[in-house]
Design a protein around this ligand. Structure first.
Ligand SMILES: [Zn+2]
Length: 296
């Protein structure tokens, strides 16, 4: 476990790749854990040693909240915009585009394959934090910046006195920016990304894979990362102008590799993502009525 002053960085399996995440424990009297999707064994060890009292979830996605239930005594906070969303299966299904793409039938289908543990987690969210306010955890100043785009409510915990920021899903992976839920926004993603670059910080910690970046590295990585959005624009623009229908466009593999698009949730996010680009590009393509599009 890497330590940076009072911050302990807890890795998830497989280099914290989705569906796991990298978390931060603030070693202070309040015993605060930021996000809860790292290696469960390590999280439990941290709990044995320190006793986690408060879990601050940056957003509702399972890779950042999935082990909340392992700490029944801890308070679990989430950002104020996602409190309601995070507490119900329907809320999460809607935010993930399942309702938008497949209607009620899609939600019913999706519910059937949810792990019960994960469902139990939802009711455990106990409160909300405020954005942009200075919290002081045992002297560690922490500001939960509102950085929408990936989801509408995503927060980025910033430790101004340590010069550290946890940038979560600004993960700089080759996949590129993810804004594929109905609550995601391309424009906000770009805006928040640019804001992160203005912070007075020397260390940027991502939630997945690559990990730690200096400011200079983070700046050049951000440019490359955001350019993926332009590449998606170009591809979608090209195919739409070739006269492809929405269904054809969503079978190419713009976001996800073509071979995983048979998995319903990836197909859902592919569709949702392409819709956002079409809107942004002001393009319309022909689309089958929803009733015919439902995957069984
Ligand atoms: Zn996420």
């Amino acid at each position: 476990m890497k330590r940076m002053g009072p911050l302990m960085i807890i890795e998830g399996k497989n280099n914290s790749k989705v569906p796991y995440s990298r978390n931060i424990f603030i070693d202070c009297p309040e015993k605060v854990l930021i996000d809860c999707g790292a290696d469960p064994q390590t999280l439990l060890e941290v709990n044995d040693q320190f006793g986690i009292e408060l879990i601050v979830n940056t957003h509702y996605h399972p890779d950042h909240t999935q082990y909340n239930h392992l700490f029944p005594k801890a308070q679990k906070w989430i950002n104020p915009l996602e409190f309601e969303t995070a507490r119900s299966i329907e809320g999460i299904a809607k935010a993930n585009g399942i309702y938008e793409e497949w209607g009620e039938a899609g939600i019913e289908q999706w519910k059937k394959q949810l792990p019960q543990e994960w469902v139990n987690n939802l009711q455990q969210i106990s409160g909300t934090y405020q954005y942009e306010v200075e919290y002081c955890f045992g002297g560690v100043k922490t500001v939960l910046l509102h950085t929408p785009g990936h989801t509408a409510g995503l927060s980025s915990p910033y430790f101004p006195e340590l010069g550290v920021v946890y940038v979560g899903d600004y993960d700089m992976t080759t996949f590129g920016p993810w804004y594929n839920g109905t609550d995601g926004s391309i424009e906000d993603f770009i805006e928040s990304g640019k804001r992160l670059l203005t912070l007075d910080a020397d260390t940027f910690i991502t939630g997945h894979q690559k990990g730690l970046f200096t400011k200079q590295e983070f700046q050049s990585e951000m440019q490359r990362f955001l350019e993926v959005i332009d590449k998606r624009d170009e591809m979608i623009d090209y195919y739409a102008r070739q006269g492809l229908s929405f269904e054809e466009l969503t079978n190419i593999g713009i976001f996800y590799p073509k071979e995983v698009l048979k998995v319903p949730i990836f197909k859902t996010w592919e569709r949702c993502g392409i819709r956002k680009h079409l809107r942004r590009l002001n393009l319309t393509v022909s689309e089958m009525p929803k009733a015919y599009a439902v995957t069984k």
